[in-house]
Design a binder for this molecule. Structure first.
Ligand SMILES: Cc1cc2nc3c(=O)[nH]c(=O)nc-3n(C[C@H](O)[C@H](O)[C@H](O)COP(=O)(O)OP(=O)(O)OC[C@H]3O[C@@H](n4cnc5c(N)ncnc54)[C@H](O)[C@@H]3O)c2cc1C
Length: 489
């Protein structure tokens, strides 16, 4: 048999990270490194990660930062030799638009869920009913019987009431996921919340001991290290650098070509043939680093468990970025942005479409300039697709009108940009973990590994970890079955 051959389908960050691991990871290739080919359907690598020039800066069009607490992204950045480009987030805290005004988010939040009663008691963004619900959770907690899983909404609405859930928790968790807390699985999205709820008693007290707590606007911010990092060249520059170094390692990188079919060839020396419109690549193993429905379409006929990956839906979202002269805008006094609860009414048509605002140049020092500011507004949720019907011009106008409500002064922008991300954010609903585990077990039997943000977490670090994990799975299986190919760790 020839050299062990792996095809990676999908050139987003998870597919690129898989190829990085397959080609030797931190140590680089050696004599047992497999032949690796990565096939990307679009004309560029990176998927949901990309940068562009805007208002004299390089800005991210998708993810602009990643969690520091998870090691995968920081480790990869180090292995690529980009550590000097790591930049820590410059501000902490954010504001919440509630009851017609901006309020500093209270301290002690864990992913939006309060853990400090005193902070909630003095938080003006909620009514006395919400404060009473928080007090009750500490002193007379409600009972909640939980089995294997529950939605985040079921847990927090039962324990903390509707107001804290809708005004504080939904904008934070629902905003990150572009989904609804009443649909998202606690087990898959926020396991610490499920564990805390299972312990019984006060949810706030139980969660307080569970993990990192947002220090809030009044904290000095010094001791526990940065919560988020970016790259000064943009998070979206990571795929380009990965692609460049992979090419140097001898990985075959193909773009503007979609994989159209995976065919099993039991009689041949390679168990798989990977088809594009014009080519066929023989492979010992395949890593599917595409959105889950694409994986289902390519492999689902083999096993119903793999076919069920088509049930993983993704929410679409858009971001509208503005540059304004400093004198044209009044920003919040502190914090990295503003959260806007769902169904927030205003003088315009329907509820507000903005779910969050990111003050890009306050968040990241390298984007700061003396004369102007850059901020971006996020729109779109799993159940709010109004923006999809609008032209870029209409969307920019509408978002600008909403910003003029949220901020005391919002003048004429000097530059604007609309970036749409259709089906960019997978929704981890009830049963997600079982669905993924069953699909993984079925695909592993035929030497296919699944990677990407539909499986192990939606963020950049999780996607990198997912890709590298899929590569290790393939290398381990190869070593076990043939002894031809040694894993690199
Ligand atoms: C608007 C938005 C904001 C975000 N913000 C953050 C953030 O601030 N921090 C953070 O950590 N994360 C953030 N994320 C999440 C993060 O960007 C993604 O989880 C991550 O980039 C996903 O990478 P991936 O490789 O798994 O998937 P993708 O990037 O979706 O890559 C999949 C690739 O597969 C390709 N493909 C599909 N079908 C085929 C085929 N048949 N053949 C070949 N190729 C195919 C696609 O073209 C695509 O390039 C954000 C995501 C979005 C959408």
């Amino acid at each position: 048999m020839g050299r062990f051959s792996v095809v990676v389908v999908g050139g987003g960050v998870s597919g690129l990270a898989a190829a990085w691991e397959l080609s030797g990871g931190a140590e680089g290739p050696n004599e047992s490194t497999p032949r690796v080919e990565i096939v990307e359907a679009s004309e560029r690598f990176g998927g949901s990660l990309a940068t562009t020039s805007f208002a004299g800066r390089t800005i991210d069009l998708g993810a602009d930062g990643f969690l520091a607490r998870r090691p995968e992204a920081v480790t990869l950045v180090g292995e690529l030799g980009l550590r000097d480009q790591l930049e820590a987030i410059n501000a902490s805290g954010a504001s919440l638009w509630a009851r017609g005004a901006l309020h500093d988010l209270p301290g002690g939040l864990v992913l939006g869920v309060p853990t400090d009663l005193r902070e909630i008691l003095r938080f003006k963004g909620v009514t006395w009913r919400a404060r009473l619900a928080a007090r009750r959770d500490v002193h007379f907690p409600k009972r909640l019987r939980l089995d294997n899983d529950a939605t985040i909404g079921e847990i927090v609405r039962t324990k903390l009431g509707d107001e804290l859930s809708s005004r504080l928790i939904e904008p934070m968790i629902g905003g990150i996921q572009a989904g609804r807390i009443d649909e998202l699985s606690a087990r898959s999205v926020f396991p610490a919340l499920l564990d805390a709820a299972k312990r019984g008693g006060s949810l706030m007290k139980a969660l307080r001991t569970a993990g990192p707590v947002n220090p809030g606007p009044r904290a000095d911010g010094g001791s526990s290290g940065p919560t988020f990092y970016t790259l000064t060249s943009g998070v979206g520059s990571l795929p380009g650098e990965l692609a460049r170094q992979l090419r140097e390692r001898g990985v075959v990188l193909r773009r503007s070509v979609a994989v159209t079919a995976l065919r099993r060839t039991p009689a041949g020396s390679y168990p798989w043939e990977v088809d594009t419109l014009n080519t066929t690549t023989p492979a010992n193993a395949v890593i599917l680093a595409t959105p889950a429905p694409v994986a289902a379409a390519l492999l689902g006929s083999l096993d119903p468990a793999i076919n069920r990956l088509s049930q993983i839906e993704s929410a679409s979202a858009a971001m509208v970025t503005f540059a304004l002269a400093r004198k044209e805008i009044t920003l919040t006094p502190s914090g990295t942005g503003i959260l806007v609860p769902l169904q927030t009414s205003w003088a315009g048509d329907g509820s507000m479409m903005i779910t969050a605002v990111t003050l890009l140049d306050r968040k990241w020092p390298h984007l700061e300039r003396e004369d102007d500011v850059v901020l971006r507004a996020h729109v779109g949720r799993s159940d709010d697709t109004r923006w999809m019907e609008m032209s870029d011009e209409a969307l920019t106008k509408r978002v600008g009108e909403e910003l003029a409500v949220l901020l005391p002064l919002f003048g004429a922008p000097s530059e604007t940009l609309v970036q749409r991300w259709p089906r960019g954010l997978p929704q981890y609903r009830l049963g997600h973990e079982e669905l993924v585990n069953e699909a993984r077990t079925a695909s592993a039997k035929v030497a296919v590994a699944l990677a990407g943000n539909a499986y192990d977490g939606v963020g950049v670090p999780a996607s990198i970890g997912s890709g590298r994990g899929a590569a290790l799975q393939v290398l381990d299986a190869a070593r076990t079955s043939t002894g031809d190919c040694r894993p690199h760790r």
